[in-house]
Design a protein around this ligand. Structure first.
Ligand code: ZN
Length: 572
């Protein structure tokens, strides 16, 4: 029995190598622009998962194979790079960033109040005191990135905390989730927020027991204050696009999707691209915050896919609910721990969401909708089902962004509707402590990567930077280990996935989510030559090393756009 299996295996092996040799020979491989050889090239293509050499011409992969085979592609003008045994992967794809927002935060020199830079409200108060001492009376002090779950005080910042050190300067500090912010009394006064101000639709002005605003504004209520912040210099978006490209390429990203961006930000990307500053590829996802936004987008006469392989329009983005950090995700009972009656917020009336989805999809837009709570996801799935049916769409690839609490019932519906999940592997590590407020049953179904694979649901991956660092190596590591930063506890261990599986999320599935599977996601002849060289054999290192991987080179369309290890092991 064993002997015959061995014979069968060796015959199969022989047939495979013959077929492979034939296939390699069949590729007309000559006059390559570039050959990389003597490497460990992980192609993410099951036809030939690991090869040592790759030939490139006109920005695309011409052939892959053994060094000797690929040397056939060489001509006098071919550049040859010796990889010296190093590991190569397809360029990583992050389908959910707020790259512009993140980069502008850096360019504005906002107070950086992210963990691990700050550990307490006291740390932040000290930073605000110092900034106030250097800032003229009445001028704004802005900052971003605080996370109450990582404070020693374990509570939100209040206006009283900030008033004590900044009575004369309005202060506005964004929470890391992007779904709430803390303002001081001077800022609330400028915004006209008093105890009599009603909560805006889809937002909350947090109040104490006596009804006085605490300084915390959530979701749409943030805009009441944020709109008063001083205007940016005119070229900030173009500079931000340049910064994103530089930082992302140093971390191995060759494609990002920038989500919920404004018309100024779209212009910034376009200007940076025209100046030759955009090394990485970008899919821009415009925002739909109202039915009027959907109508305006439809009237422009462009849709998903417009642009070129470098800069194009991706999906149109909407929000169905809030965030876990703000405790505004829309859930079914029971409510969030310690807040009886809090089942979160839905940003749209169901019929309005459906109307906006229909307008955008009819105009040719792929849809992606932020939904974290199960109640929000059901609303989105209802709307997607109705839209698909109404327009008789064959392969719309509608996406659910985050899909935080993805119960078996929700997954069944996702599978039926062929919905793509824009998941967030790094969340388990960086913000896993937020999940726990929603109880153990919901922790079990939080970001369930293994279940998606088993249930045939395509999941692509995103950092959601600035919610977690722009380095996707944190996400790659987190998907394999699923440890929570605060306790080290493994959250829903049954949802851990293998390194090979996590790379699929960051390559092939990222390409699929963006309708680019014929161009990206694997190192396959005719696809774009987007690849990275890393400092270790990523398929065979101890899991804990995955977060420490250094990118040595990043190539986009056969051009090296980054070379040299990044400076430090700190969160990036
Ligand atoms: Zn986001």
């Amino acid at each position: 029995m064993q002997g015959s299996r061995r014979v069968t295996e060796s015959i199969l092996g022989l047939i495979c190598s013959l077929l492979f040799a034939l296939a390699a020979a069949a590729v007309p491989c000559q006059d390559a622009d570039l050959i990389v050889r003597n490497g460990h090239i992980i192609t993410m293509d099951s036809a030939h998962p690991s090869v040592s050499a790759m030939a490139i011409r006109d920005g695309r992969v011409l052939a892959v194979g053994r060094d000797q085979e690929i040397s056939e592609c060489e001509s006098k003008r071919t550049s040859v790079v010796d990889l010296q045994g190093k590991t190569v992967l397809p360029g990583l794809i992050d389908v959910h960033t707020h790259g512009m927002e993140w980069a502008k935060g850096i360019l504005r020199k906002q107070l950086d109040v992210t963990y691990p830079k700050v550990h307490s409200i006291a740390d932040i108060v000290a930073m605000v005191r110092e900034r106030a001492s250097q800032t003229a009376k009445g001028k704004w002090i802005a900052g971003a990135g605080w996370d109450d779950t990582k404070f020693s005080e374990h509570r939100y910042i209040t206006r009283a905390d900030l008033d004590a050190v900044s009575p004369d300067n309005p202060v506005y500090l964004d929470h890391v989730s992007g779904h709430l912010a803390a303002a001081n009394s001077a800022a609330l006064a400028l915004a006209g927020i008093t105890r009599n101000t009603p909560d805006p639709a889809g937002g909350v002005i947090e109040r104490d027991a006596s009804g006085t605003p605490t300084g915390i504004v959530k979701d749409t209520a943030m805009e009441l204050v944020a709109k008063l912040l001083p205007p940016d210099p005119p070229d900030i978006n173009m500079q931000a696009a340049k910064l994103i490209s530089e930082r992302a390429s140093a971390l191995g990203l060759t494609t990002i999707h920038d989500i919920f961006i404004s018309s100024e930000e779209i212009r910034g990307y376009q200007d940076a691209y025209q100046k030759g500053w955009l090394g990485i590829r970008v899919q821009m996802s415009p925002r739909i915050g109202s039915i009027e936004d959907a109508e305006k987008l439809a009237q422009m006469g462009i849709h998903t896919g417009f642009g070129d392989d470098h800069l194009k329009f991706g999906a149109a983005k909407m929000f169905a609910d809030g965030g876990m950090g703000a405790r505004t995700i829309a859930i079914y009972p029971p409510p969030v721990e310690g807040e009886p009656g809090n089942l979160g917020v839905l940003r749209w009336k169901p019929e309005d969401m459906q109307k906006a989805h229909l307008i955008a999809a009819r105009a040719g837009w792929q849809l992606e909708t932020h939904a974290i709570g199960d109640r929000a996801m059901d609303e989105v799935l209802d709307s997607y089902a109705a839209t698909e049916k109404e327009l008789n769409l064959k392969d719309p690839r509608f996406r659910i962004v985050h899909a935080g609490i993805s119960t078996p019932a929700i997954q069944k519906r996702m599978k039926e509707l062929h919905v793509v999940v824009d998941g967030n592997p790094p969340f388990v590590y960086w913000i896993g402590s937020w999940f726990k407020k929603y109880g153990p049953e919901r922790v079990r179904w939080s970001y369930p990567a293994k279940s998606y694979i088993e249930n045939g649901i395509i999941e692509a991956a995103g950092s959601d930077v600035p919610v977690t660092p722009i380095s996707n190596w944190w996400g790659i590591w987190s998907a394999v280990v699923r440890k929570d930063l605060q306790t080290g506890q493994v959250l829903a261990p049954e949802e851990r996935i293998t390194v090979q599986e996590v790379f699929t999320l960051y390559t092939r599935n990222g390409a699929y989510a963006g309708f680019e599977e014929d161009k990206k996601g694997s190192l396959t002849p005719r696809k774009l030559a987007d690849f990275i060289v890393v400092d270790r054999d990523v398929l065979n290192v101890p899991a804990d090393e995955l977060k420490d991987v250094q990118v040595l080179e990043t190539w986009v369309g056969g051009q090296r756009i980054y070379e040299g290890p990044r400076a430090s092991g700190l969160p990036q």
